[in-house]
Design a protein around this ligand. Structure first.
Ligand SMILES: [Zn+2]
Length: 249
């Protein structure tokens, strides 16, 4: 019986296509976390805010590092999403060591590194509590949330936040932004406002994004080389041929 790693290695072309479609769905590269990217960004900033209270002289560095750490894991969106840069165990271990170092030798470098790693660890662990890695995560058919490199297996989604861009996700984003609005100003306040604005728009559009992805794929299918087209899942081919019959009538 194969392990999770083996089965991933054996994934066929169509499966890869489905994952590509899933990523394409983020032509708006905000989702595809189990929570939307603004939620992770705001959570990272909040960690930075807390660190800034501990070491006020590095508060600015901590906020920026938290923001970057919250975003960092999702930079794997187009290359092995939720696996290449998501390390729920290793980031946490590194963050613990770096936090000790930062508390002993506080500097812009140690504080920044500690908060960045803590933000990335929090993101990677938080993704377990969202939805699965699938085109329509509200259907809850995927058993993959985040890859655990330490145990060489996919962690299952807990769906406390049902999916990225769900009303619960927006509520979480909003709650995270409150203490930030209260405490930060200038450019960083603008970042918080922009994150929240994007979160609102993304939540409003989230449910129709897969339909848009389907429609666009259907329209580009005829232009695809046969080799590529043979890898397109049957359901896309079916919907496209149905559309062709409708227009030819
Ligand atoms: Zn993520």
């Amino acid at each position: 019986m194969g392990t999770g790693v083996d089965s991933v290695a054996r994934e066929s072309g169509p499966t890869r296509w489905v994952e590509t479609t899933d990523r394409f769905n983020g032509f708006c590269p905000l989702g595809h976390a189990t929570m939307m990217l603004p939620t992770h960004a705001l959570a990272g900033m909040l960690l930075g805010l807390a660190a800034g209270y501990a070491v006020p002289e590095f508060a600015g560095v901590a906020l920026v590092a938290g923001l970057l750490g919250g975003i960092l894991p999702d930079l794997d969106m187009y290359v092995g999403h939720r696996r290449t840069l998501h390390y729920p165990v290793y980031y946490a271990a590194l963050a613990s060591g770096t936090l000790v170092l930062a508390s002993l030798l506080p500097s812009a470098l140690t504080v920044g590194a500690a908060v960045l790693l803590l933000g990335a660890a929090t993101h990677s662990v938080a993704d377990v509590f969202g939805g699965g890695l699938e085109l329509r995560p509200w259907e809850a058919t995927s058993d993959r949330a985040v890859y655990d490199h330490y145990n060489s297996r996919w962690l299952e989604p807990r769906r406390w936040v049902r999916y990225d861009g769900s009303p619960g996700d927006l509520l979480l984003s909003t709650a995270l932004s409150v203490p930030l609005f209260w405490s930060v100003e200038g450019v960083l306040e603008g970042v918080v406002a922009a994150s929240l604005g994007v979160a609102v728009v993304y939540t409003a559009l989230r449910r129709v994004l897969p339909t848009i992805a389907d429609a666009i794929l259907g329209s580009v299918l005829p232009a695809l080389p046969r080799r590529v087209r043979s890898r397109v899942p049957e359901r896309y081919l079916r919907s496209h041929s149905a559309a062709e019959q409708t227009t030819s009538r």
